[in-house]
Ligand binder design. Structure first.
Ligand SMILES: *Cc1c(COP(=O)(O)O)cnc(C)c1O
Length: 228
């Protein structure tokens, strides 16, 4: 199957998942996760109408933004060291992987130089032992309060990376938990904090994630094939 066929197939599955739960498909954006894939394949996806891409590694991202000519939008979704934030400055429209205050402060410092804010999502660890990424659900609220005070960050919602499980139904409780954490934060009515976005769901489980409220699904393999 071509990249175009893959994207069309995924868009149809997104629409079907939305229809099952009465959601508007316009609420769900497909993030094409292009880590390890060359710029030529990103161009191919862009030619098929894909506009939004997600990258995980700063150096690889910096190289590819030089190479890709198509007008695309980039989100950063990978683990992020503070000393590398400067390489993302002005090049990404959203960072999904904010998990600590020191990183938030560095993002704030870098976007201050542009005198405009960047959208961020708080990455929440939903209690999966195998993953250390993300802030704990309880600590999340304290971090939200601190991030809300940083003028060049716009907190737009939450992201989670649940364990990879064969049966997507087994991942459903994690997606529900993320939505529940978002509801709790929303109920606090912290000025400047929105919980409009839920970044959850990957190739194997994005339909279940959509049924549970995902607004950004991060799909790599199902678009570009395996990563070898
Ligand atoms: C690689 C990656 C994805 C995409 O995973 P696939 O299973 O290839 O769809 C999504 N989110 C994050 C954070 C990733 O690192």
């Amino acid at each position: 199957m071509s990249i175009r066929e893959n994207i069309e197939g995924i868009q149809a599955r997104i629409a079907a998942a939305c229809a099952r739960v009465g959601r508007n498909p316009a609420e769900v954006r497909l993030v094409a996760v292009s880590k390890t894939k060359p710029a030529t394949l990103i161009e191919e996806a862009a030619a098929a109408g894909q506009r939004l891409f997600g990258e995980n590694y700063v150096q690889e991202f910096a190289d590819k933004t030089e190479q890709v000519r198509a007008p695309v939008e980039w989100h950063f979704i990978g683990a992020l060291q503070s000393n590398k934030v400067k390489y993302l400055r002005g090049k990404v429209t959203m960072i999904h992987s904010l998990d600590r205050l020191s990183l938030a402060e560095e993002i704030n410092r870098q976007w201050a130089k542009l005198d405009r804010p960047v959208d961020v999502l708080l990455e929440v660890n939903l209690g999966d032992e195998s993953s250390k990424a993300g802030t704990g659900a309880e600590e999340a609220i304290e971090l939200v309060r601190r991030v809300a005070e940083l003028p060049f960050l716009r907190l737009r919602g939450l992201m989670a990376l649940p364990p990879w499980l064969d049966d997507p139904e087994e991942v459903r409780p994690y997606f529900r938990r993320l939505r529940e954490v978002a509801r709790r934060i929303e109920a606090l009515n912290i000025p400047g904090v929105s919980m409009a976005e839920l970044s959850m769901g990957m190739s194997n489980d994005f339909e279940v994630a959509i049924e549970e409220g995902a607004t950004l699904v991060r799909v790599g393999t199902a678009i570009f094939g395996g990563r070898g």
